[in-house]
Design a protein around this ligand. Structure first.
Ligand SMILES: NC(=O)c1ccc[n+]([C@@H]2O[C@H](COP(=O)([O-])OP(=O)(O)OC[C@H]3O[C@@H](n4cnc5c(N)ncnc54)[C@H](OP(=O)(O)O)[C@@H]3O)[C@@H](O)[C@H]2O)c1
Length: 253
């Protein structure tokens, strides 16, 4: 993916990584459409950032995805980058049956959401001379945080989906890029915006932008901080990675 000149749709950009990336990509010379459920935030974001576009979307709802996709394709027929950013993270205790609704909600948002979004856009993206599907996994796709089993599982699934999709789309105009954030200071989990273990959001987006600029053909966007989790198994220190991750985590006890 080139750093400039794209038309980018980011469902999941009313806050956090999605919003910060949207603003940075706009600065870099892209047309950007942000999406999310919170209409008041969408209106505020568009008012504060002239040139940015917004579409209301709930990625847990197939009808909402179809409606939003139709609107994006009608208003921006040159859209050539889809970033499946929307995600949730819930603390769960699987030692009781209380986790089930959280697990279902997490799978619907983090896994079915990207699948339905890709289904809504893939044929259009294939019609563009060059296009990108950017999926969003996590360092936790590669090493589990004890308190968030469903989240870890959905992100591992997004990783394997990205790998598989890349094989199917090989030889087409569509590239598949997987963004793998480490812990970043956002509102994803309560307390995470202040966490000393999480990376400042601006530093993360700076590093991501530089990686896209310098490695436009990369399959995975990996800032330095994620490599501890990402490559534990390959390095052979997976048990140490899992122990360290769960020992460091402030929600771990
Ligand atoms: N922060 C981290 O440490 C970290 C690490 C690894 C991966 N990630 C991933 O990065 C992505 C962004 O998370 P974040 O950290 O930036 O958290 P965030 O600030 O909570 O942002 C989540 C975004 O997803 C949107 N969203 C959630 N459910 C949605 C739904 N049903 N329909 C449409 N939009 C929905 C939210 O918008 P609305 O509420 O307005 O709908 C919001 O814009 C997620 O996929 C997350 O798993 C984050």
């Amino acid at each position: 993916m080139d750093i400039a000149g794209n038309t980018v749709f980011i469902p999941g950009a009313t806050s956090g990584i999605g919003l910060a990336l949207a603003l940075r990509l706009q600065q870099e010379g892209n047309t950007v459409i942000v999406g999310g459920r919170r209409t008041a935030l969408l209106e505020q974001i568009v008012a504060e950032h002239p040139g940015l576009h917004a579409v209301q979307i709930d990625t847990t709802d197939p009808v909402s995805i179809q409606r939003a996709a139709a609107q994006v394709l009608a208003d921006h027929p040159d859209v050539d980058v889809l970033v499946t950013m929307a995600g949730i993270m819930r603390v769960e205790d699987w030692t009781t049956s209380q986790f089930l609704s959280s697990a279902e909600e997490t799978v619907t948002t983090n896994l079915l959401g990207p699948i339905r979004l890709i289904a809504a856009f893939v044929e259009h993206l294939r019609s563009r001379p060059a296009a990108t599907i950017m999926t969003v996994s996590s360092g936790l796709a590669f090493a589990p945080l004890r308190i968030t089993p469903s989240y870890n599982a959905t992100k591992a699934a997004v990783h394997m989906l990205s790998e598989s999709l890349r094989l199917q789309l090989a030889g087409t105009s569509v590239s598949v890029v997987e963004l793998e954030p480490p812990s970043v200071r956002t509102a994803l989990l309560p307390g995470q915006e202040e966490s000393e273990f999480a990376m400042p959001l601006a530093d993360f987006v700076d590093e991501v932008t530089e990686l896209i600029r310098t490695q436009p053909d990369a399959r995975e966007i990996q800032v330095e901080n994620v490599k501890f989790l990402r490559y534990g198994e390959a390095r052979g220190d997976y048990d140490h990675v899992v122990a360290t991750l769960n020992h460091l985590d402030p929600h771990g006890n």
